[in-house]
Write a protein that binds this ligand. Structure first.
Ligand code: ADE
Length: 240
């Protein structure tokens, strides 16, 4: 998969050199391009924002640098007559608290795409015409990490890339570890334990030491249900 990110803080994404995603980049499973929006400004101050039309607090990101930065990734707009022949391009994602909610299902869907482009807004957001223009050229999605407001899209994009990247076949060594996780299969994950069997007076549940695989599976399933009922009843199907 190819991932491009446009941001005014490219250094923010240096951490994508680390850990599983870093390895996935080294092995070529993920190809990453991080682009500085300010490289697409044409004034001495490398200005990316301006005051909002209609008034109000904060600043809005100007359309021209965004248009140029995204054209550099997507290619120049095709002449109208050749649009029908164009191969489907990348999916363009704008992280935004006004977007649809990011979920594990969305992470899985995005992990099957060949090319994602993330446009990290700051301040009060990006001029709406950038979204509207690129929506005429391909698939555009506004995606929210959750019902809270971050200072910009970078943290949200980091989270999305981690959630998407680990679902790309080969990125996580043991694919079975993806199957039993929270949000795969609708229930929260069961609690996990490792050695020693007793620590600070707390013992590992004896069933896990029993070697009885049927009993272990039943215990884990019961733990998943109990946990989900207690902290996330909204995830339970109506009949459970
Ligand atoms: N930018 C600011 N807040 C955000 C959120 N909750 N999700 C995605 N992008 C954001």
């Amino acid at each position: 998969m190819r991932i491009d990110i446009v941001t005014i803080f490219p250094e923010f994404f240096d951490v994508l050199d680390l850990s599983l995603l870093g390895k996935a980049r080294q092995s070529g499973l993920i190809e990453l391009g991080v682009h500085n929006l300010r490289d697409h400004t044409h004034d001495r101050h490398r200005t990316v924002d301006d005051t909002p039309y209609g008034g109000g607090a904060g600043m809005v990101m100007k359309p021209e640098p965004w248009g140029d930065a995204l054209d550099a990734i997507f290619g120049e707009p095709a002449p109208v007559s050749s649009e029908a022949d164009a191969a489907p391009g990348p999916i363009l994602i704008f992280p935004s608290p006004a977007g649809e909610q990011f979920t594990q299902a969305m992470a899985r869907e995005l992990s099957e795409q060949p090319h994602l482009v993330f446009a990290c807004g700051r301040y009060e957001g990006i001029d709406q015409r950038v979204v509207d223009h690129f929506a005429t050229r391909g698939e555009v999605r506004l995606v929210s990490l959750g019902d809270y407001v971050l200072n910009g899209g970078e943290v949200a994009v980091m989270a999305m890339i981690e959630a998407v990247g680990r679902l790309i076949p080969g990125v996580v060594g043991n694919p079975e570890s993806l199957v039993e996780e929270s949000h795969e299969g609708g229930l929260l994950e069961y609690p996990s334990y490792t050695k020693p069997s007793s620590w600070r007076g707390l013992d590992v549940p004896p069933v896990l030491l029993s070697g009885n695989h049927g009993a272990i599976s039943a215990w884990r399933r019961a733990q998943q249900l109990e946990r989900t009922r207690r902290v996330r009843p909204d995830l339970l199907p109506p009949a459970v």
